[in-house]
Ligand binder design. Structure first.
Ligand code: GLU
Length: 313
């Protein structure tokens, strides 16, 4: 496995030399301040070995990557009934688009666009108090990552709450269609806090392990989610995990992935590895520019693609 460490070191060095790094998200003021020169990558293999390179220990705002973990919690609470309130089709639209919602009567296309994630946050909230749902998610993330240092960045949560006008519009619109059970403010409180989870690449790769291990948490042997659901979450990551850039990511990288506007991407190689990469500069679709490139290099060099029958390494 020394090869994998060499490979990550080479990828990190190559990424450091690239000048065109994309643009940090600036619609959330607290994210606009993050240094675009940062790059980190972490891989945790099915055998439990971890490899890291670059800024893999620096916490960053995981933003929409949190939607994967909230979906896991919501499916645990509501099972397949959740699919009556949110679809499973790629949207082909931007992460914060409102246009499809009117045609589709307030039922968002999938759980990874913002509208869908707001419905999922409502399902996790489940008529409880926002602090309860936020605490539940934080405990879940600490358990998955086996690290009690995982925190929510309250500055980022506050920054987004002050500027999240589109999310407020989406939530109100779905409330009007009867697709939110709780008060809009409470749902958005949960949503903004989940997006503000701050995790390092290492912590995030650790947290994603259950998705590459048939739903099993390797550290404790606990079945986080059934193998069938783990496969389905992976399918949604592949088809919807990068918004209107999902096809391009599947084409270039070939593994399920979920991006966030903080510049992180979680990648899942079934039976092989959980990968987290972070570089704050985004491409025009709002996905990490160098993060996508690094994953493309990694999948090419290792043969890690769900479309590769042998899944080498
Ligand atoms: N908190 C962000 C928003 O709702 C999440 C978007 C993303 O990471 O893609 O605007």
């Amino acid at each position: 496995m020394a090869d994998l460490q060499d490979l990550l070191d080479t990828i990190a060095a190559d990424m450091a030399a690239i000048e065109e790094r994309g643009r940090s998200a600036d619609y959330i003021p607290a994210l606009a301040r993050v240094d675009p020169a940062r790059f980190g990558i972490a891989v945790v293999t099915a055998e439990g070995h971890s490899f890291t390179a670059g800024d893999a220990e620096t916490p960053f705002s995981i933003q929409s990557i949190s939607k994967v973990f909230m979906l896991t919690l919501a499916l645990g609470k509501h099972g397949d009934a959740l699919w009556r309130r949110v679809g499973r089709e790629p949207s082909g639209s931007a992460f914060n688009s409102i246009v499809q919602l009117e045609f589709e009567h307030g039922i968002p296309r999938n759980p990874f666009i913002n509208a869908g994630a707001i419905v999922v946050a409502d399902a996790v909230l489940d008529r409880g108090a926002p602090q309860g749902a936020i605490g539940e998610l934080l405990r879940f993330m600490r358990f998955l990552a086996e690290d009690d240092a995982v925190e929510i960045d309250i500055e980022v949560a506050g920054s987004e709450a002050r500027t999240g006008f589109r999310n407020l519009a989406l939530a109100n619109y779905m409330k009007a269609f009867g697709n939110l059970r709780n008060a809009v403010d409470d749902v958005l409180n949960v949503y903004f806090n989940q997006c503000a989870l701050a995790m390092s690449c290492r912590q995030l790769a650790m947290a994603g392990r259950y998705l590459s291990a048939d739903g099993l948490h390797p550290g404790t042997g606990h079945q986080v989610i059934s193998a069938r659901r783990a496969r389905r979450v992976g399918a949604l990551m592949l088809t919807c995990g990068h918004y209107d850039g999902s096809g391009e990511f599947a084409f270039r990288v070939g593994i399920p992935g979920k991006s966030g506007v903080g510049g992180g991407i979680l990648g899942i190689v079934p039976g092989k590895a959980s990968i987290a990469v972070w570089s704050p500069g985004l491409n025009e679709r709002g996905n990490s520019l160098l993060g996508s490139l690094a994953l493309e290099r990694l999948s090419e060099a290792t043969g890690w693609s769900i479309f590769n029958g042998g899944l080498s390494i």
